[in-house]
Ligand binder design. Structure first.
Ligand code: NAD
Length: 312
């Protein structure tokens, strides 16, 4: 039985991690300041003796009583709408927040796992993206606040590993979807689903030919757990290589919902990556991991969640 600190634990991914580790019998301390997360995501865990919540901004000094086996640093605005609205907080949580939580890992002799992102590859010049690729990021563009914060966070994590001997892991997460995403977080799947349910026009950016590879949340959580329990210090891609265009994704959701919404095209946001697909050879080889949930099945579960939220 382990004792685990999860920063950003009230967010989409963090709350699923809380659930998973509690289900494994571990004690979970969730730390969050609700800047983009919500108490709704963890309300079912309040009162559970294995769950503790600490309301705290991790860019400030972080202290937790008692032993810690693992620290999972997931705190960060993550959707473009959020990080464009919160540019300084995004840079601070990636830099100061990572520094503070690494310091805690060092003090507690705890293993540290950083939630990084496929955005470290920027608008990629190689396809699919493998971990050795250094990326193509516009550091002064609007999206740079997120991409560079994560690139800094990775560099800081490796420095604590090499210089202080902290036992670290870095997961590069590719687009993930599932229950507990916010309907209005601006990401493609919540946007398409809410528009299709409402019968409103489904807004596709650019010509819709840009691609993404979307992973269902349960698959991602399994990959993260395997990485945490492995001995791999280098970054590892976790994502679903099943690539499709944004237009195909919109049409798939429209059909699943039997919606009459028309598809409309809007200007492509600045520095929007044209392609995105993980090379998961390393995850397959070193973690024995690959996604197993079909996109359609994951979309149905997500749609059910959004329908229930709208009905509330
Ligand atoms: P989210 O916004 O739902 O969750 C982030 C959580 O961090 C929120 O609960 C928020 O309140 C909290 N937070 C932010 N700043 C904080 C601070 N200073 N102190 C304490 N808490 C703070 O986003 P998510 O999709 O769950 O993403 C979680 C992590 O995974 C992020 O680090 C993100 O960069 C990474 N990631 C997510 C995806 C994805 O597809 N969802 C892809 C790549 C990387």
């Amino acid at each position: 039985m382990a004792r685990i600190l999860i920063t950003g634990g009230a967010g989409f991914l963090g709350s699923h991690l809380c659930d998973r580790f509690i289900a494994e019998g571990d004690d979970v301390i969730c730390m969050d300041n609700f800047i983009t997360g919500s108490p709704d995501n963890i309300s079912h865990l309040f009162g559970n003796p294995k769950f503790t919540f600490i309301h705290h901004d991790v860019t400030n000094y972080v202290y937790v009583d008692g032993k810690l086996d693992y620290i999972l640093h997931f705190a960060s605005p993550a959707s473009p709408i959020d990080y464009l609205k919160l540019p300084i907080q995004t840079l601070k949580v990636g830099s100061l927040g990572t520094h503070k939580t690494l310091g805690l890992a060092k003090a507690k002799n705890a293993r540290f796992l950083l939630a990084s992102t496929s955005e470290v590859y920027g608008d990629p010049m190689i396809h699919p993206q493998q971990e050795e690729y250094w990326g193509n990021v516009n550091c002064v563009g609007f999206r740079g606040v997120y991409d560079e914060a994560k690139r800094f966070a990775e560099a800081m994590t490796m420095a604590y590993h090499r210089y202080h001997g902290v036992d670290t892991r870095i997961v590069r997460i590719f687009n993930t979807f599932g229950p507990r995403m916010r309907l209005n977080d601006g990401r493609a799947i919540p946007a398409f689903v809410s528009q299709a349910i409402a019968g409103e026009p489904m807004t596709v950016f650019g010509d819709g030919k840009q691609t993404r590879s979307v992973c269902y949340v349960d698959d991602l959580i399994e990959g993260i757990r395997r990485l945490l329990l492995s001995d791999i210090n280098e970054p590892i891609n976790i994502g679903n290589p099943n690539e499709l265009s944004m237009l195909e994704l919109a049409l798939e959701i429209k059909v699943l919902l039997g919606s009459n919404s028309e598809i409309v095209f809007r200007e492509l946001p600045e520095d929007d990556p044209k392609v995105r697909q993980p090379d998961i050879t390393k995850a397959q080889k070193f973690l024995g991991w690959e996604p197993i949930i079909e996109r359609r099945e994951g979309l149905m579960k997500t749609i059910e969640y959004f329908k229930a939220k709208i009905a509330q």
